[in-house]
Design a protein around this ligand. Structure first.
Ligand code: UDP
Length: 235
């Protein structure tokens, strides 16, 4: 059936389309923190995240990184390939921040010379726990070969996105990726890449240009997302 709501997440809705294996994503204005326990709506956030994520997925595709992204079809909608999601959040870190700073007792802002890749098990009831490779194998989430692909892709995407943000005066501090399997079992980048899922700091002023503004009550979220979108328009 066409236009059937297939899934509603915290920041996006997923609908079927007239084409088999093609879905429509609608970006919502909601922002959540503390695994959904805190929620607020920011009119215009969905449009900005769609614009930013579409731009980043297009850039990644242009350098050969395949994703579910097909095209942006309106201000707040994209067409994507239907894939089977892998229940992992793959986090890549270039600068110490957030949960890792807390866990290791390190100061935020310290450079991490060799990017750190981490895995979290996507499970709301468990609050998305940090897990290691043995846990992933035990739970049979992905095979050993797929795990290697995930790690290699995460590092490669990092190497593409660092200079992309650098040229617009932004430090890519850390970010979260999600992947899925396409029709033929191939691993594809999925979900979104936006200020909701990345830490982005202004290179000079270190101003936060991401969801930490909401998580930490640092001010208005919308102008910050607008700033990222505006800078990306120029590249
Ligand atoms: N992140 C995300 N979704 C999550 C958890 C984290 O997109 O459910 C992103 C977050 O925006 C940051 C990176 O992953 O860019 C690392 O987040 P961290 O583990 O430091 O968690 P936090 O401090 O945000 O709880």
């Amino acid at each position: 059936m066409e236009n059937e709501l297939i899934y509603e997440g915290k920041a996006k809705k997923l609908f079927s389309t007239s084409e088999p294996n093609v879905l429509r994503i609608e970006y919502k204005d909601a922002a959540t923190a503390l695994n959904g326990k805190r929620k607020e709506s920011f009119a215009g956030k969905g449009v900005l995240n769609n614009q930013i994520s579409s731009k980043l997925f297009r850039h990644l595709q242009s350098v050969g990184i395949n994703s579910h992204f097909i095209q942006q079809i309106s201000e707040n909608e994209q067409l994507v390939q239907e894939i089977s999601m892998i229940p992992l959040e793959v986090v890549v870190r270039n600068v110490m921040a957030g949960s890792l700073a807390k866990k290791l007792g390190c100061e935020e802002g310290i450079e991490i010379p060799e990017a750190i890749v981490e895995f979290y098990y996507k499970d709301d009831a468990l609050d998305d726990p940090f897990i290691n490779e043995d846990h992933i194998h035990f739970l049979q989430i992905v095979s050993q070969a797929e795990l290697t692909v995930l790690k290699d892709l995460a590092r490669k995407i990092n190497q593409v996105l660092i200079p992309f943000f650098d040229q617009i005066g932004i430090t890519l501090v850390d970010f979260k990726l999600e992947f899925g399997r396409g029709k033929d079992g191939e691993i594809l980048l999925a979900d979104e890449i936006s200020p909701d899922t990345c830490r982005l700091w202004d290179k000079k002023t270190k101003e936060k240009l991401d969801k930490d503004v909401f998580r930490r009550n640092l001010g208005d979220l919308l102008p910050v997302y607008q700033e990222v979108a505006k800078r990306l328009e120029g590249v």
